[in-house]
Ligand binder design. Structure first.
Ligand code: AMO
Length: 437
């Protein structure tokens, strides 16, 4: 069966408006969320993108056909309903629909996963059927929040006169060092999938000054962890005439803005997920101070990196805080990060990591904009400056000092929605074992 979709799109009432408005006759469409039988009454909960409403059919008060359809509906079938709105103390939200017409647009049969609010289907199985998992209110809540995060990021920087740019996804040489590259054939040449927009955002900032992008990146990391994906999205900025502290302060402000926007726009979703979110504070601390602090708490720290255990402890010590760990050891940062005070022999760097809710959400810093120093740094990292010639040369013709960072969109989403596994915050994750759907 079908309906005239053009007519319906004009006449349709969204479910949340039934509860807000005074409209008596409505036409609605959506999915069968649940059904219930009570003697001669059939109840149906209908779900659309805005909410749930009860449809009630009492045998003597509706047609034989409607009663029959209501008695045989399977969950997640898609239906069209025309009916009248009636106040009801017993119905959820205080209103129900008395149906005059019901058309089944597509029947759903033998669901392979449980999509109810109390679903116990495990994550891998849910991901095998992600298109159906997206029928769950909980799953939808996560991605509605993710949409607010990405939109707020963009909004914040556009308001501050940044331009949004689109980096290439196929690149000729590594942007983050030699490992972890997916290779691709590009006609006669070898090419790679971009590990980050790093080199391009620097080149653009050196002319346009303030740039931002949200872009997919690919990393062939073989380990399967709950914090890594092989394809993820990065939210990046780059600023000319800036150092590490200037861009750390930008991150403080944008993360606060994002959290405030999620609190304003996603109250329903946060309630559904049971999340109490606070606008974070910011703290700036050096790597050396961090190591000393963690030693006092008997937590192991790497020579030039923080372990996941260390990041967890830092969240216990500084809850609801974006912790910027700066003056990072140079050996632990990529070739493009400026050595401390632009001194080629420095042990420390102008790079930092940002830790929030027990996980690294971002790294960044001031960049090397001086070609000779950049060549030294490439060599020190065991990379061949010839492979980066175009990039190095771009700093020979008027490149100001500059700095920037990147926040992982799925990482930040995972933490804000209180999940543990990053796959929950990626609609169609790509990991070591998963390439479909
Ligand atoms: P980095 O490699 O630290 O820095 O990445 C920046 C942020 O991106 C996220 N991220 C990931 N998320 C999921 N799975 C992954 N495999 C993954 N790898 C990274 C994290 C991380 O903090 N070019 C630099 C940034 C800069 O200096 O501007 C870079 O890519 O949240």
């Amino acid at each position: 069966m079908t309906i005239d979709l053009q007519r319906f799109s004009k006449e349709r009432t969204f479910i949340e408006d039934i509860f807000k408005g005074k409209k008596k006759q409505v036409e609605i469409g959506g999915w069968v969320h649940n059904t219930r039988t009570l003697g001669k009454i059939r109840f149906l909960i209908l779900r659309d993108m805005t909410g749930l409403v009860q449809i009630t059919a009492v045998r003597e008060k509706v047609s034989e056909e409607i009663f029959h359809v209501m008695s045989n509906l399977s969950k997640e079938s898609v239906i069209y309903v025309k009916g009248s709105v009636q106040d009801s103390k017993k119905a959820p939200g205080g209103k129900e629909i008395i149906p005059k017409e019901i058309i089944v647009l597509n029947e759903a049969k033998d669901l392979p996963i449980d999509v109810s609010d109390f679903s116990k289907t495990e994550l891998p199985k849910r991901l095998d059927y992600r298109f159906l998992d997206l029928h769950r209110k909980r799953t939808q809540a996560i991605f509605r929040i993710q949409s607010t995060i990405a939109t707020s990021f963009r909004e914040y920087f556009i308001k501050k006169n940044f331009i949004e740019f689109q980096p290439p996804s196929i690149i000729g040489s590594s942007s983050e060092g030699g490992t972890e590259l997916f290779s691709a054939k590009y006609f006669e040449k070898n090419a790679y999938l971009a590990q980050s927009p790093q080199l391009y955002k620097q080149m653009v900032a050196c002319s346009m000054e303030r740039v931002m992008t949200i872009t997919p990146v690919w990393r062939a990391e073989k380990h399967n962890t709950i914090r890594h994906l092989n394809e993820s999205r990065q939210m990046d900025i780059e600023l000319a005439f800036a150092d590490a502290m200037i861009v750390m302060k930008e991150m403080t402000e944008v993360v606060k803005y994002i959290v405030r926007e999620v609190l304003n726009k996603n109250k329903k979703e946060l309630d559904l997920l049971g999340i109490k979110l606070k606008i974070p504070k910011a703290k700036y601390i050096t790597f050396t101070e961090t190591v000393e602090l963690l030693k006092k708490h008997k937590v192991h720290v790497g020579k030039d990196d923080l372990t996941p255990e260390a990041e967890k402890k830092l969240d216990e010590i500084f809850p609801d805080t974006i912790l910027f760990v700066h003056d990072w050891p140079l050996s632990g940062k990529p070739f493009y990060i400026m050595p401390k005070d632009a001194n080629a022999d420095a042990k420390l760097s102008e790079g930092f990591d940002a830790i929030y809710k027990g996980m690294e959400i971002s790294s960044g810093g001031q960049r090397v904009h001086l070609p000779d120093l950049l060549i030294k740094r490439l060599k020190a990292k065991g990379l061949n400056p010839k492979d980066f010639k175009g990039y190095v040369d771009s700093f020979r013709f008027g490149a100001p000092p500059h700095a920037g960072w990147s926040i992982g969109l799925e990482r930040l989403t995972t933490l804000i929605v209180g999940e543990k596994n990053i796959r929950e915050a990626c609609m169609f994750p790509r990991d070591r074992d998963r390439l479909t759907p």
